[in-house]
Design a protein around this ligand. Structure first.
Ligand code: GRF
Length: 204
């Protein structure tokens, strides 16, 4: 049984897609053992509660320094003994101490086709604003392992989504979530649960 811990900050639609796929059996032999949010108002916490998944808040606001928060996050993560940490819209940079301990066991969903529109500063609607500004005709989403860089870890799955005339960042974001993110995030977890993915660092 793959023990999955989800880290969230917001609405939690990706978390919901994973919860639903575990329930339906589309994700095989997996249990979501916990949810950690940095934001006490995240709707993702209600989704966890509704699904009977233990959830807690670990917020930088409750610690004197970033170092103290990082330590609390690491010990929070450790307390679930996860096999896989899923960043499902987690807007906090993963501390080095967490990467050192869990490298190869952390995955993230990014709402573009990496290496386009990724890296520092590309999060949330900013990704879609940049894609529309550049005039790309295709965007999409990427599930990748997390390493010490920003969006630089090995790619697991990608799915392309058409950009349409008249798209706003909000419309494009929604289409990418529906057609790509909610599909490839559960799929990547299932592939990991089945032992189909072997972690290999990105070459420099
Ligand atoms: C998604 O667009 C995801 O790609 C990004 O953050 C957003 C999270 O949305 N990393 P949700 O909280 O899963 O609804």
């Amino acid at each position: 049984m793959l023990r999955v811990l989800a880290l969230v900050s917001g609405g939690g639609t990706n978390l919901q897609a994973v919860i639903d796929a575990v329930k339906s059996g589309d994700i095989h032999d997996t249990e979501i053992v916990g949810v950690i949010s940095n934001n006490k108002n995240a709707y993702a916490l209600e989704r966890a509660a509704a699904a009977g998944i233990p959830a807690e808040v670990i917020s930088p606001k409750d610690y004197m320094s970033r170092t103290e928060f990082n330590k609390a996050l690491l010990s929070g993560i450790d307390s679930y003994s996860p096999d896989l940490i899923v960043l499902a819209g987690f807007l906090v940079v993963i501390p080095e101490i967490v990467i050192e301990k869990y490298e190869g066991k952390i995955i993230n969903i990014h709402p573009s086709l990496i290496p386009s529109f990724c890296g520092t500063g590309y999060y949330g609607l900013k990704v879609h604003e940049a894609a529309l500004k550049r005039g790309v005709k295709v965007s999409g989403a990427t599930v990748h392992f997390v390493d010490a860089g920003t969006d630089t870890g090995p790619i697991i799955l990608q799915k392309a989504v058409e950009v349409c005339d008249g798209d706003t960042p909000e419309i494009l974001q929604k289409r990418i979530m529906q057609q790509a993110e909610w599909v490839i995030m559960p799929k990547a977890i299932d592939m990991i649960a089945r032992g189909e993915i072997v972690y290999k660092k990105t070459e420099e």
